[in-house]
Design a protein around this ligand. Structure first.
Ligand code: AHG
Ligand code: MN
Ligand code: MN
Ligand code: MN
Length: 337
């Protein structure tokens, strides 16, 4: 009989056999997974629980918060604040950082999250998710110095763990600690995440793109050129027909790319020229960018590798182009050449 490997065992082995993660990071990831299980219960309740609809408040991004945005944010904070592994948290749904209250021990990690990604899909019963990223608190003044927002402003290449949990037909957690990408499916009978795919790889070539086509008239020339060429199909310069998908939940669109390849783009456009893009660098682009790179794909903002971007502020936005390497390289070259 083949034994199934739980997330717990996978992490213990990453710690013990591969020496890749310290015990505190293992605890952190387990706690995030537990919080995601809790969020998935709320998501599944839907109209039977008091979880649908608007919260009646706006977040710092100027978006109207859904009840589930707020619930997921609270679940993640409550699950993570007492364990002693964290110094502070940052979230799409909170203006400032959340410092672990001093009634709990302070850890050395920083946790960033998009508690509920794909909010516009909640009411229509389409996949949504939670995205997270883990950094180490920089040792600027010793462990005693108070954590501040500045400590979070590190490049994505400094992440020590990143992942997402997708609440879809299955609840699935996808994770990297820098040793490839592994996928765990929630076994509801056992109540645990079980390893269902290891060493996920994104094919370098694809015939599928994901972009919100309704913004076509606002795009910059390089993006327009790339999509025009895809749309021209087998008679065009690409010599092949392309398919299109757009779920409008980044987790779902990126998950599809990890499973079968493709390119995802949410580029800067002329609607709001002063904004560098719609998606958030620290809790959407960085964790997804690292996962995609760990699976052999690429992630850029059209010019720079996402993971090399030095964030200037917590809620910084960025243009995102990620997925199958050869397609991302092509779009990037259209911007740079
Ligand atoms: P969030 O729900 O966390 O605010 O993120 C929504 C994001 C992302 O998930 C998705 O790719 C994109 O917004 C969809 O935007 P459009 O509605 O403009 O297509
Ligand atoms: Mn939002
Ligand atoms: Mn999001
Ligand atoms: Mn969100």
């Amino acid at each position: 009989m083949t034994q199934s490997i739980s997330l717990t065992r996978y992490l213990v082995e990453q710690q013990r056999v591969h020496g890749r993660i310290p015990p505190e990071l293992r605890l952190l990831i387990e706690v995030v997974a537990r919080a995601c299980k809790r969020i998935s219960i709320s998501v599944n309740q839907g109209a039977l629980g008091d979880v649908l609809g608007a919260a009646g408040t706006d977040n710092v991004q100027g978006e109207a918060q859904k009840k589930l945005d707020v619930i997921a944010n609270e679940v993640l904070i409550e699950a993570n604040e007492w364990g002693g592994h964290l110094a502070a948290m940052a979230s799409e749904e909170m203006e400032g950082i959340y410092v672990v209250p001093n009634r709990y021990p302070q850890g050395e990690y920083l946790l960033l999250f998009d508690p509920l990604d794909g909010s516009s899909n909640i009411e229509v019963n389409v996949s949504i998710g939670t995205i997270f990223s883990v950094l180490r608190k920089p040792e600027n003044g010793g462990a005693e110095t108070a954590v501040e927002e500045q400590d979070f402003l590190q490049c994505g290449s400094r992440q020590v763990a990143a992942g997402y949990c997708i609440y879809g037909p299955q609840t699935t957690m996808v994770l990297t600690v820098g040793d490839g990408v592994a996928m765990f499916t929630l076994d509801r009978e056992q109540g645990s995440f079980v390893l269902t795919q290891e060493n996920i790889r994104i094919p370098a070539d694809t015939k599928e793109f994901a972009i919100n086509m309704s913004n076509l008239r606002h795009w910059d020339a390089p993006v327009r050129r790339y999509i025009d060429e895809c749309l021209a199909g087998r008679d065009g310069p690409r010599g092949k027909d392309f398919n299109m998908r757009w779920v409008a939940s980044m987790v779902a669109d990126v998950h599809r790319i990890l499973m079968r390849g493709g390119i995802f783009m949410y580029p800067w456009d002329k609607r709001e020229p002063e904004k560098p893009g719609k998606l958030r660098l620290m809790y959407e682009a960085n964790p997804m960018g690292w996962l995609v790179e760990q699976a052999g794909g690429a992630a850029t903002d059209g010019r720079r590798r996402i993971l090399d971007i030095q964030p200037g502020k917590l809620h910084e936005r960025v243009s995102v182009i990620l997925g199958s390497r050869n397609e991302v390289d092509r779009v990037t070259s259209y911007h740079t050449k």
